[in-house]
Each structure stands twice: as C-alpha cells, then as structure tokens.
Design a protein around this ligand. Sequence first.
Ligand code: HEM
Length: 502
Amino acid sequence: MLFSVAVILLLLYLTLRSLRRRQHGLPPGEMGFPILGIAPFAGRDIYNYIEKLRRTYGDIFCIKLGHHLTVVLSDYDVIKSVMNNPDAQGRPDFFSFKFIAGFKNRGTVFAQGPVHLAARRHTMRYLKDFGMGKSLAEDIIQDEIKALLKELEKLVDYPTDFNSIFCFNVAVLNVIWKMVADRQFDVGDKVIQEYCSGLNDDFTITQGPMVFLDMFPWLRPIIPRFIKLKWMRLDTLEKNMEDRMKLYQESIKEHIASLNPDDPRDLLDAYLTEMESNKGTQDKPYGDLKDVMFNMDNMFIGGMETVSSTMRWILLYMAKYPEVQQRVQEEIDQAMPRDKLPTLLDRDSLMYCEAVIHEVHRKASFLRLSLPHRTTKQIQVEGYTIPENTIVMINSNHCHVNPKYWKHPEKFYPEHFLDDQGRVITKKDGFMPFGIGRRQCLGEILARSDLFLFFVGIMQKFTICAAPGEHPTEMTDPTSLFVRQALPFKFILKLRQPQREP
Ligand code: HEM
C-alpha cells in the first residue's frame, strides 16, 4: 500500500515537473513536490543543494523554492545582464522582507519600482554629499578606529571569541549613525549594545523557522499568531523593531527642532526636507515620518552586520595565514610610522593590504547568493522565458571560485587582485561581493573605506593569532541560510613591539 502511494506520488511529481518545463520554456531544473517545491530535499542547507543542482543542470536552472518559482544564475556575464535588466529589479514576496519594510513599499533594501528608484538616488546623492569616500567620512572613521583600538587593547593576550564582542559592530554603526543622524555612541553604551544585539538576533530569527512564512505565503493567514510569536520568534523581532524605532524618533525630534531645509546637515535632515515636499503622494519614498524611520533602519540593516562580519573574516584569515599577515604589517611599516592613523590616501602605498581585503571578500563570500531579486515582467534569458514574478538568485559564490576567473580558486591568494606591477585591481570579472547592476550595494564606497581604515589600524598595532588548541576554519555556521558567518573561534591579540629607528 505504502509502496503504491509512493509510486503514484513519484509519477505525479515527475509529470508536473516535465509539464511545467514544456509549458513555459523555462530553463531545466527541479520543481520538487507540488506545494512544497524543493524544500523537503534542500532542508536547511539550501546553498549546497543549489550547488548540487548547478553541477547537474548548469549555470542557469530553475527550482521551486516552496511556493516561489526561482531561477538561479551562476554565469557572470548572464548575471551581469539580468541584474541590469529593469524588469528584474523587484524583491520577492517574503514575509521577512515585508516585515523589515513595515509591510509597505518603502526604504531602499526591500522597496521596488519608482519608490525604490527615488529613495536609492536620493540616499546615494546625500551619502556622497555627506562625505562617503571623502575626507569627512575618513575623519569619522578615524575617530572610531581610535575608540576601537582602545577597546581591543583591553583584550590583549586573552583568548577571545570575536563573534561574542560588539566593538566592531559599534564602530561600524557609529560611522553610519554619524552620516545618517549625526550621532555617536560610546562602545560601552547599553543602548547601542542592545541595539547591536537586537540586530544580530534579527539576522538569526529571519533565517530560522520564519523562513516557512517566506517560502509558503499561504501559511501566513493559517499559522496561529502565538506560533508566529513564540516558535518563529516574531515577538522578539517586533520588540527589536519597536526599540529601534524609538531611538530613531529621538533623533527625528532633535532634527525637526533645528532643521534648516536649505542646509541639510546629514541624511536625516535630507529625508525630512524631502518629506515635506512628498507629503500625501503615493510613489515617493518619504511620505511620512514612518517612511523616514524605515529608511534610516535600512541603512543600519544594510551596513552593520555586512561590514562587521567581513572584518571578523579578515581577522580570521590573518590568523590562518600568518605569512600574509606579516607581509601586510611589513607593507604598513614601510608606508607610515606606527603612530600615524591610516588615511584613504594611504591606499596608494598599501596595495597588498587592499588586495588582502578583496581576497577576503572573494573567499568569504559573505552574501553568497547576494539578495534575491524578482522579475516584474516576463524576461528572456539565454533563450529561456522567465515569467513575471519569478525570483532571481545569483550564485556569486560560484563566480568567486570559478577557475575561469581565478588562478587558484581554492587558495587564499591576495595576488588575484594585483597586476604585474603590484598595483591593486579593484574590479574583476567574476567578482561581485557587493552585487552587480541596478541594485548594487549602495554603501559599497563607505564599506570599503571602513574596512581599509579599520584593517590597517588594527594591523599597525596588533598581531592576531589563534588561541592555543584552536584552528581557524573557513567552515560556516550551518544555521545561517543565506549569509556566511564564521564559526565561534578564539583568537589572541598581541601588542606589536615598537618600531625600531631606521
Ligand atoms: C562588506 C560590506 C557590505 C557588503 C558585502 C554588502 C553587500 C550588498 C549586496 C550583495 C547587496 C544586494 C545587491 C542586490 O540586491 O543586487 C547590497 C545592497 C544594499 N546595501 Fe550593502 N553591503 C555592504 C555594506 C553596506 C553598507 C555599509 C551600507 C550602508 C551604509 C549598505 C547598504 C545597502 C543598501 C541600502 C542596499 C540595497 C540597495 C538596493 O536595493 O538598491 N551596504 N549590499
């Protein structure tokens, strides 16, 4: 009996799969079971399942991610072309995405259509005006380096798990806060510590059982609220969001009291000024104060964990490859005295350091599937027809290890980013840690300045090594579905000896 049911299910599944493919001219792939899609096969290890399918079906294939038809692209040129297609710039109908946008089309990260375009353009313009990639941002970051180095000094010679300390997060957040709302927090400030821990929690929660609501939208009205609150931890997500909004409200009040629309001091002033002219309109990004708060929130969500996790990966690679760390320190020592804080101009003489950061982006591939897009109209890709409302996932991690682009794909080899003259190469085919195309990361320039200045500042002062008995590993936390978080790992920071006189 059980055997017959299994055979019928199998036949049904195979029929549905082949029907679907022929009907739509879709790329090859696996639709999995009706209703459930590939979920039962992939389990929690979606990335490795996708990689397995890529090996079977090639660089363009489709799957049913729960309810959502999804196309996975792994070829760099195809990715580049689709990510520049105006009809592939939506975001999927995921519960977690909607929650973070307050169930409205707003913000930058999860908005779409004209609201997204206007918010992106506006935010980009003001981030540049307020110093992103210029000396103003550099001054802000340097203040944070000083505070960070002081904090790290307290850890010297003690085995420490960098995943469990917030000083990187606070340093990164402070830089963004300063540009968004001219505010800075002390690293020990309870408010900011709770803020960081809340955002970290949110990252974990949205990759936990809440994924069911992302994958199966029809479950949303069926699942009782108490299950959402307790098992999926929506209660924590709601509480964290409420706390963040309170903090933004404080800044908004202060800003409104001293706002001069002709002379915006920071991004918040620019949002508030824009809000006045957008009031009551539908397709503008800042229609009311709530929109402004969600736009602020997007900047912190986009920037905090990405930069601080990359910083942790950099330090892990330095502990794993002491010979690379030594070369980094030699380059720094040759370029500047130990007591001089690095500036962005030092990039020209610290090309190996820059190459190391790029190689960490490649090897760690923090957002290995980038952020998913959605087609808002039917599109053609490589002769296939991709219907409207299809999720588009880009497999950046595959591009990052594709031998077509990398001499030693599996090795940690900073020379991938140096030319014959030892000059750094910042743009390379197959390299896209910040995404590519029309939604490419809005904070890339800021992130690159942060990482360069923090990395050089730390390497000037400390040497990092694994604590006794620990072996740095590139393996990642299996509970992170879409991001690659390093596993908990203990390091030791050693204060470097003073530089000898030449
Ligand atoms: C190492 C650091 C970072 C990495 C690896 C990173 C990576 C990414 C990626 C892969 C995307 C998705 C692109 C797409 O959807 O096609 C993205 C989007 C975005 N990032 Fe970043 N990011 C970093 C830092 C930052 C920072 C510092 C900020 C802000 C201060 C920021 C703000 C954003 C925003 C607002 C978006 C949405 C852009 C849009 O949808 O138009 N990111 N980032």
